[in-house]
Design a binder for this molecule. Structure first.
Ligand code: PA5
Length: 490
């Protein structure tokens, strides 16, 4: 297998100068923290209860048993052969990885052309917003008798998914009749939440209704693609084992504390130096590939939800195990702000700001060496004539690097030989390890998302849900949004 290349040259001072570039002394300076972080993660990785308690069980996902994969593959094949369309409902970590896989690993325009699907179903995504316009179009145009529904929610409580599932379930029931539940698979926590409860009820009446797969304990949403996303891979005809093999190869490649031998650690360390010492709080992720657009979106969520934190992490012992709590005496408000862009599309957009706006960002390129179906330009009668698209894309990426370097703008390039299940699994896992490691370097809990609770509580309060802790409902009641008319222009 060819190797993935991680080119960090343009993060260093020899390329972009000392004011903005990392020096060897900076690397030496962070090595001690790298060693401590590595030792800490390694200890957790080696203890299954710690992994589960702290939300790091995802590190084991590349190594799932053949039987697990076979069971999921069989279910995927069965669904795939029994329907023309699948609606996948979920949001955040229960959506983005799957959507990224769909866009990267199925052919472009997969849903539009039968010849591309090889007898597999069209796959639609919903439940990732509360915008009625998308779901209503879908339900008006799909035939419930030929549609399978996969509802994904670890908690089983998320408003967007819950609302969409209620609507879709009613639509299925109306269109299919009493056995409609046989066209539903739920992916949720093995023992808790409303969705699990529902699965148990329906299963006790009919074992073919509301079949389910588990979101494994200790695997959080945004780190769960290699768990919850496997059924989707199976349905779409993407080889699960190849994705896992790619991830496993990256796990091996990112196991050492030596920064020069561990690309994920090097990436995290460089980004941390850039952020903390060089004033670069903005993280632009820019694949030069249309098919990797949603992979960039997936990374945006991974970085933002994992590292954007108010409080520092405090490590304590609880019942003989390590536990992490928010240290309320240490407000840190950290986390780089990720932005998803893509080449060459955004060279005509955000790139102007990248080059001439504030020098407060790093750009991470993902470059693809080979494309399945290259096209050669012909008939322009100029410099484009006879050029393959892949060559033009490669030159555009190199030109973007060059332009950034000339303006002392830090950037790095991850080059994959091709977009395949193997390399896609590998880059996914690379970013997961890098993010977990960056969390260690920043001293925050990368596996919770307390900030998301604020909007949820407010919504629950407005919708009249009981059981909201008094302190929270009082806070909402006593601090309404201030809407002065003079600041509202009509
Ligand atoms: O990464 C996360 O934990 C979140 O983005 C969740 O995936 C998202 O909120 C959806 O949660 P759930 O799967 O419980 O519906």
């Amino acid at each position: 297998m060819e190797k993935i290349k991680f080119d960090f040259n343009n993060m260093f001072s020899h390329s972009i100068g000392k004011s903005h570039g990392v020096t060897d002394a900076d690397i030496k300076g962070i090595q001690k923290r790298v060693n401590t972080a590595h030792k800490h993660l390694k200890t957790i990785f080696s203890n299954s209860q710690d992994r589960i308690n702290l939300g790091l069980e995802w590190v084991k996902l590349p190594f799932q048993s053949k039987e697990t994969i076979e069971t999921i593959q069989n279910l995927g094949d069965e669904i795939s052969s029994s329907c023309g369309s699948v609606i996948s409902l979920g949001i955040g970590g229960s959506y983005l990885g799957i959507k990224a896989a769909q866009e990267a690993l199925s052919p472009a325009y997969y849903n539009e052309f039968k010849s591309l699907r090889n007898g597999r179903p069209r796959i639609y995504f919903d439940g990732n917003n509360l915008d009625p316009d998308t779901l209503s179009v879908l339900l008006k145009n799909l035939n419930p008798r030929e549609t399978f529904v996969v509802v994904i929610s670890k908690s089983g409580e998320t408003t967007e998914t819950k609302a969409a599932f209620a609507v879709v379930e009613a639509w299925l029931r109306r269109g299919v009749g009493p056995t409609y539940g046989r066209q539903i698979v739920a992916i949720t926590d093995p023992s808790s939440g409303m969705l699990r409860k529902r699965v148990d009820q329906e299963q006790s009446k009919d074992p073919l209704s509301f079949r389910s797969l588990d979101v494994l304990k200790g695997v959080g949403g945004r780190f769960s693609e290699l768990n919850i996303g496997l059924l989707h891979l199976a349905m779409a005809g993407i080889k699960i084992q190849e994705v896992l093999d790619g991830a496993a190869s990256m796990a091996k490649c990112c196991g050492e504390s030596n920064l020069r031998k561990n690309p994920a650690y090097m990436y995290a360390a460089l980004q941390t130096i850039m952020y903390k010492k060089k004033g670069k709080p903005i993280a632009i992720i820019m694949p030069f590939s249309e098919r990797l657009k949603y992979t960039a979106d997936w990374y945006v969520q991974l970085l933002a939800e994992s590292l954007g934190k108010k409080y520092s992490r405090k490590i304590i012992r609880k019942d003989g195990y390590e536990a992490w709590i928010a240290d309320r005496s240490k407000v840190v408000n950290v986390g780089r702000t990720p932005i998803s862009a893509r080449g060459t599309n955004d060279l005509h957009s955000i790139q102007q700001n990248n080059i001439e706006g504030e020098n407060d960002k790093t750009v991470t390129f993902i470059k693809v060496e080979r494309f399945k179906d290259d096209i050669t330009v012909s008939g322009t009668g100029d410099i484009l004539d006879g050029r393959p698209y892949s060559k033009l894309l490669a030159i555009a990426q190199e030109a973007t690097e060059w332009a950034l370097v000339r303006e002392t703008r830090p950037n790095c390039t991850i080059t994959i030989p091709e977009i395949s299940p193997y390399y896609w699994g590998a880059i996914l896992f690379f970013f997961e390890i890098a993010t977990a490691f960056e969390g260690e370097l920043l001293g925050v809990n990368a596996f919770d998302q307390p900030g998301v609770e604020g909007y949820k509580n407010y919504m629950y309060y407005k919708l009249g849900r009981g059981g909201i802790p008094e302190a929270i409902s009082d806070n909402i009641k006593n601090n309404p949004l201030i809407k002065k008319n003079k600041y509202i222009l009509r």
